[in-house]
Structure formats: structure tokens, C-alpha cells
Design a protein around this ligand. Structure first.
Ligand code: HEC
Ligand code: HEC
Ligand code: HEC
Ligand code: HEC
Length: 391
């Protein structure tokens, strides 16, 4: 089955890609109230207007860490393989070690992922090219200071942990704030061989800004031979499979009393509430996890108050189901979802197969760093102590 381009555009709307990504000509920028990334950026950059000003601002600035930078979806047809884009939408995983957030898992079918990939990568360049020497490429990688931004994890023979400054001809690379941002957005190069064809890597190294004008990757004055060597190093150097150390949750109950205030401050209000909130004050939008978003219908789960947490998630018939009662697994649903996020990250999350991706339990917080085991343990203690309200 093949979906048409116009329905692919509808899919981008439905999955709300624009709440995080910019892609001029493809995505329409959403209003600030909807845009996770630009609202966070505006707060950090001091650009929020009148009604948001006040002493809360200083606290907000201190508290915002995730979704402050994301890659732009620009020039994708000159960079990525179409199949890789579709697979990534079905089974996203972390690519950039510098970003706390990764691409969220979506409730997407193979047909929908293929249609979006076709829209973002309408043509592919698989022109056969000749690569150079990986050994020379390794030397060039050190000489130009590529490792000052990029990690290249899993190399059988690792790169120098103390990289040189970037030797770019790009004037931007002299600014310290630019470098911080560029490091955050630099991909781990172990995934490049899955994402890019050899022709695409060579073209990218020649001039990344010609492909993505807003890119943080600086322009280097590389000769054709150096580009061929670097591409050989990036695409062919031997790498080890990702270590899949299974996550183990070890929980030693605390002996003191755990109050609602404590679990709310450490977990629910700190993180979950941003996607599971009370829809009334926010004009009907209770976040993707409550009233829906990112293509999810919403689980009808508000995690912003004591009463709402006890009420649980709303079922199709309008009744509620507890998320704190222990289920067949012996754990409350809410704990299982938080543990699942650790499992996703520990395994460099790729669903076992694209076909089961939609059935596997969704790690929470969706696409964000896992909640520390210790804090998950506190929530479990709080539940086992009978959800005391505290003072
Ligand atoms: C909640 C925010 C969010 C939403 C919504 C979202 N993304 Fe992403 N996406 C990210 C983040 C963060 C990354 C970077 C992940 C990384 O590099 O580890 C990313 C990475 C990507 C990449 C890889 C780009 C690259 O240069 O590595 C593609 C392609 C992508 N997203 C497409 C989409 C599409 C298409 C949609 C809508 C169907 C979408 N995203 C929705 C946050 C989001
Ligand atoms: C209107 C502006 C605005 C929008 C839109 C917005 N946020 Fe936030 N976000 C904030 C503020 C302000 C904070 C800090 C709150 C605090 O200090 O208690 C925050 C904090 C967070 C946090 C906790 C801190 C962190 O960085 O991990 C998460 C998670 C989060 N937001 C996720 C989201 C997601 C996901 C979206 C989109 C669905 C979103 N936000 C949309 C303003 C916004
Ligand atoms: C100042 C930081 C910085 C330096 C130094 C740097 N890069 Fe990059 N590089 C980036 C960023 C940021 C991206 C992601 C670009 C984007 O999404 O627009 C990137 C992307 C890439 C990609 C695409 C990889 C992928 O999987 O998408 C390759 C290949 C690459 N860089 C190679 C190099 C090489 C080789 C050097 C040294 C000659 C180098 N980079 C130096 C920041 C840097
Ligand atoms: C970035 C947004 C986001 C954040 C942050 C987030 N969630 Fe979710 N949550 C979702 C979405 C989306 C769903 C799926 C809604 C659906 O099925 O329609 C969901 C579903 C759930 C469910 C499953 C309900 C069911 O139907 O079985 C639980 C439990 C849950 N979240 C708990 C949490 C907890 C606990 C946290 C904080 C540690 C959290 N979430 C943080 C977006 C988020």
C-alpha cells in the first residue's frame, strides 16, 4: 500500500512534528502554546513576552533542560536513506549523546512511516563513489579536530579522548556559545553508515551548509582525497555491536515516610506533568499523555495532582482505571512504564521488530531521560505505604 503525498502532509500534522522540528516549506510553525522546543528556547533566551514575565522566570530557566535543541529536517533528501528515515520513525533511538531528549516513539504504522519518509526523502543519491583509506581518514579526523564535537562510539580502536580544537575555515567555530550548541547537535558517527550513502557523506563533507543552510556543522577546507579518506573512516572503520546491558531495577524500600509532596516534586510535577496535566487552565490541552498529542489520542491521565493520580487513566467508556494498583506483573502500571524507559535507553532502544513496536510498553517519560531508579523506588515506596497525602 502506498499513501499519497497530500496524505503524508496530513500525517505530519497529525503527529505534530512541528512541535519540535523546523522544516521550512514542509512544516507549519505551531503557536507558541504548542511548540515544546521554541517555547523552551524563548524562555532560555529571555524572549518571552509580558504575560510570562515575573519571578517564575529565573526558576524556569534553571529547570528547563530537555527539548531545547533539535535537528532541523532540512535537505534530508541529500543526506539520509529513505529506508533509514522510515525505520527511525518506527523504532527511534538516541543518535546525539549531547541531547537529553530523543525522538519520541510514535503510534505509527509501517505505511504511515513509509509515506512520511517518501515525502522527506523524495529522491535518493546512491551514485557509486570511491572511498579512500580509513587509516588516513583516522589521521585527518584527529588533525581537523572532528572529535571536539563528534563521538564515534563502539570503535574497535577508539579515537583520542583529548581532541584538538576544530580546524575549520568557518568563522563561527571561533565562538564559544556556538561550539556548545554544535556539540549538542553533533551525531554519534557510529550510526552514519545506517543513515547515509557514501555519496551523501562525501557531499556533506564538501559543504554541509549547502545541504542544510542552518546546520551547526562548520565548513572545513578539505581536499577531495581527505574527504574520501574521512568517509572511509566513518563508513568502514570496524565497530563493535552496541553493548546491550539489560537494565536491572534493584529496590530497597526506605524506612521513613514518603509524602505526596516529595514524589510530586521529584517526579510527577517535575517531569510527568508537562505532558499529563489538568486541561482546564491550559484551554483544553492537558498534554499528549492526557488529552492527546504527537498522534496519540491521550490516555486521559493527569499526573499533576494527588486526586488525579489516584483517579488514574480514562477508559473508552469514560470510567477510570488505577495506574497505582499492582497488576499481573506484581508492579503498578505507572512503575512499569518508568522502568520501560530505562530498558529502551539501555538497549539503545530499537523495538524488537517494527511490527511489534506499537504493542511494546511505552517508556515514560516519553522520549526523555529516564527517571533515576532511586526516584522510581520512592514512588513505589509511596504506593506501598498506601499513598499518604502527607502534610
Ligand atoms: C517531542 C519532540 C519531537 C517530535 C514531536 C518529533 N521529533 Fe523528530 N526528533 C526529536 C529529537 C529530540 C530528535 C533528535 C534525536 C537524536 O538525535 O538523538 C529527533 C530526530 C529526528 C530525525 C533525525 C534527524 C537527524 O538529523 O538526525 C528525524 C528524521 C525526525 N526526528 C523526524 C520527525 C518526524 C517526521 C516527526 C513527526 C512525525 C518528528 N520527528 C516528531 C524530537 C521530536
Ligand atoms: C508556553 C511555554 C512552554 C511550552 C509550549 C512547553 N513547555 Fe515545557 N516547560 C516550560 C517551562 C516554563 C518549564 C519549567 C517549569 C518549571 O520550572 O516548573 C518547562 C519544563 C519542561 C520539562 C521539565 C524540565 C526538563 O527540561 O526536563 C519537560 C519534560 C517539558 N517542559 C516538556 C515539554 C513538552 C514535551 C512540551 C510540548 C508538548 C513542552 N514542554 C511545551 C514551558 C513550556
Ligand atoms: C563544531 C562542531 C563540529 C565539528 C568540529 C565537526 N562537526 Fe560534523 N556535525 C556537526 C553537527 C552539529 C552535525 C549535524 C548537522 C545537522 O543536523 O545539520 C554534524 C554532522 C556530521 C555528519 C553527518 C552524520 C550523520 O550521521 O548525520 C558527518 C559525516 C560529519 N558531521 C563529519 C564530520 C567530520 C569528518 C568532521 C571533521 C572534519 C566534523 N564533522 C567536524 C558538528 C561538527
Ligand atoms: C513528552 C510527553 C510525556 C511525558 C513527559 C510523560 N508522558 Fe506518559 N504518556 C505520554 C503519551 C503520549 C502517552 C500515550 C497516550 C495514549 O496512549 O494515547 C502516555 C501514556 C502514559 C501511561 C500509560 C497509560 C495507558 O494508557 O496505559 C502512563 C502510565 C504514563 N504515561 C505515565 C507517565 C509518567 C509516570 C511520567 C513521568 C515519569 C510520564 N508519563 C511522562 C506522554 C508523556
Amino acid at each position: 500500500m502506498c499513501l499519497s503525498t497530500s496524505s503524508a502532509e496530513d500525517l505530519l500534522q497529525r503527529f505534530e512534528c512541528a512541535r519540535c522540528h523546523q522544516a521550512p516549506g514542509i512544516l507549519k510553525a505551531p503557536v507558541r502554546e504548542k511548540s515544546c522546543v521554541s517555547c523552551h528556547q524563548d524562555i532560555l533566551g529571555g524572549k518571552l513576552d509580558g504575560k510570562y514575565q515575573g519571578k517564575a522566570m529565573a526558576r524556569w530557566k534553571k529547570n528547563i533542560h530537555s527539548l531545547t535543541a533539535v535537528p532541523g529536517l532540512v535537505g534530508l533528501e541529500k543526506r539520509f536513506r529513505r529506508d533509514w528515515v522510515a525505520d527511525f520513525l518506527l523504532r527511534p533511538h538516541s543518535i546525539r549523546p549531547g541531547l537529553p531528549a530523543s525522538m519520541p516513539r510514535l503510534k505509527i504504522t509501517r505505511e504511515e512511516a513509509d509515506a512520511i519518509a517518501m515525502l522527506l526523502v523524495p529522491t535518493e543519491d546512491n551514485t557509486p563513489v570511491t572511498l579512500g583509506s580509513a587509516e588516513e581518514g583516522r589521521k585527518a579526523f584527529t588533525r581537523y579536530g572532528c572529535a571536539s564535537c563528534h563521538q564515534f562510539s563502539g570503535l574497535t580502536k577508539p579515537i583520542d579522548p583529548q581532541p584538538m580544537e576544530p580546524q575549520a575555515k568557518d568563522p563561527r567555530s571561533k565562538s564559544a556559545s556556538y561550539t556548545v550548541e554544535a556539540v549538542r547537535l553533533a551525531p554519534d558517527l557510529r550510526f552514519t553508515r545506517e543513515r547515509m550513502s557514501s555519496a551523501a557523506v562525501l557531499r556533506w563533507l564538501k559543504n554541509p551548509q549547502e545541504i542544510n543552510p542552518g546546520t551547526m556543522m562548520p565548513v572545513f577546507a578539505l581536499s577531495a582525497a581527505e574527504r574520501a579518506d574521512l568517509a572511509a573512516f566513518i563508513l568502514r572503520e570496524s565497530i563493535e555491536p552496541i553493548q546491550r546491558t539489560p537494565f536491572r531495577f534493584s529496590h530497597v524500600p526506605v524506612t521513613r515516610k514518603v509524602s505526596y509532596k516529595e514524589v510530586s516534586e521529584k517526579v510527577f510535577r517535575k517531569v510527568c506533568w508537562h505532558c499529563h496535566s489538568d486541561p482546564k487552565p491550559a484551554r483544553g490541552d492537558g498534554g499528549p499523555g492526557n488529552t492527546g498529542g504527537f498522534g496519540y489520542e491521550g490516555a486521559g491521565l493527569d499526573l499533576g495532582s494527588y486526586e488525579a493520580i489516584l483517579r488514574g487513566k480514562r477508559l473508552a467508556d469514560g470510567t477510570y482505571q488505577s495506574v497505582i494498583a499492582k497488576d499481573d506483573s506484581g508492579l503498578p502500571l505507572i512503575i512499569r512504564h518508568m522502568l520501560a524507559r530505562h530498558e529502551e535507553v539501555a538497549a539503545e532502544y530499537r523495538a524488537k521488530s517494527a511490527d511489534t513496536a506499537r504493542e511494546e510498553i511505552l517508556g515514560m517519560p516519553l522520549g526523555l531521560p529516564p527517571i533515576a531508579s532511586e526516584d522510581i523506588g520512592l514512588v513505589l515506596d509511596w504506593i506501598e505505604q498506601g499513598v499518604p497525602r502527607g502534610e
